[in-house]
Design a protein around this ligand. Structure first.
Ligand code: HEM
Length: 317
């Protein structure tokens, strides 16, 4: 992950690049602790972490089933064979998966009787990645189809609540994003319409957070989230809670349902570590770029006017 993505790049068309299918999901050494955190969030905030617009919609069922089966029948067994092992039944067919980290077993195939919520929970419990499933919707005026968020399993959304986004079109989901309508909407709609099954792409989003934990988006008392964050001086910075937060986002289309899966993995780097690793100046320059880029409102959208001076002073001290 680099810190060189700036607001200038935001004005480039979408800022996406093709990624190898093998790199769709990247687990690292935080996997066991992240899964424990996911489990506790699922217990505490079940309705925030998993959402479906309509449990009995056949198109949504097909999409969730397709994603579930791709992940648990194919991808994880091949990509992470030391974590996921197939377990044979008495007749010698492999029907269950064992997660060697949690020691839990789970079905390799999503049964027709399984609820969509349950399947999405299983995904959230086993995979350190947040998933959003979007389906195309025809427009009344017969113009290009638009994509609607129909289901998600998301433990670590950054600064938004998925349950407030579900059922919405991409353009409405991005309502608060500065410059979206003018700079992104058209090319994004075109990109979504043309994304072929078998092609995987990624983009990276970064920001600084000064009062957040991984899951703090649910906690409305956090000043950044509720919009009451004051401008910070370097002395105000709580270095235990100040992180460079990066999301590695991917997109791909499921071939049978035609759904688009938007997934992201969240990385948190304490800024103290960024500085100690010798990358302080790089990050300070990336913040300069965000502030002076072509979409100045992006800087404010990311609360830059509150934290940027303090963080740069710390990084350059
Ligand atoms: C090519 C694909 C996409 C692009 C270029 C894009 C672009 C952006 C940008 C520029 C932002 C502002 C923060 C940032 O990332 O720097 C944003 C925020 C966001 N995006 Fe996307 N996005 C894409 C796909 C999606 C999809 C498929 C979803 C579906 C759920 C989504 C949901 C969101 C949400 C919920 C936010 C936060 C909005 C808020 O502040 O309420 N994005 N997106």
């Amino acid at each position: 992950m680099t810190f060189t993505q700036t607001a200038a790049e935001f004005s480039m068309p979408l800022g996406i690049e093709t990624v190898d299918r093998n790199d769709l999901l990247l687990f690292d050494q935080t996997y066991p602790e992240r899964l424990s955190l996911r489990e506790s969030l699922l217990r505490e905030y079940p309705d925030d972490v998993v959402g479906v617009t309509n449990e009995s919609d056949a198109r949504i069922r097909l999409a969730v089933q397709e994603l579930y089966n791709y992940l648990f029948q194919t991808y994880l067994l091949v990509r992470y064979p030391s974590i996921f092992k197939a377990r044979e039944d008495n007749h010698g067919s492999a029907t269950m998966l064992v997660n060697m980290v949690t020691r839990q077993t789970l079905p390799m195939t999503m049964a027709d009787s399984t609820s969509l919520h349950f399947a999405l929970r299983t995904i959230a419990q086993n995979i350190d990645e947040d998933f959003f499933i979007l389906l195309p919707q025809k427009q009344e005026d017969n113009s290009e189809e638009v994509y609607v968020l129909e289901a998600y399993a998301a433990c670590f959304p950054s600064g938004f609540q998925p349950k407030e986004k579900i059922g919405k079109k991409l353009a409405d989901i991005h309502g608060p994003v500065p410059g979206y309508k003018e700079k992104l909407q058209k090319s994004m709609d075109r990109f979504f319409a043309r994304l072929e099954p078998g092609r995987f792409v990624k983009r990276v989003n970064w920001s600084l957070t000064v009062d957040e934990e991984l899951f703090s988006n649910f906690d409305k008392s956090k000043p950044a989230f509720e919009g009451t964050l004051k401008k910070l001086s370097v002395e105000d910075l709580d270095l235990e809670k100040t992180f460079l937060r990066c999301e590695r986002q991917t997109l791909h289309r499921l071939p049978a349902s035609g759904a688009i899966v938007f997934a992201f993995h969240t990385y948190l780097y304490p800024i103290r570590e960024v500085k100690d690793d010798g990358s302080g100046e790089d990050l300070a320059q990336a913040i300069d770029g965000l502030e002076n880029g072509s979409v100045r409102e992006m800087f404010t959208y990311k609360n830059g006017d509150k934290w940027a001076d303090a963080v740069r002073e710390f990084l350059r001290s």
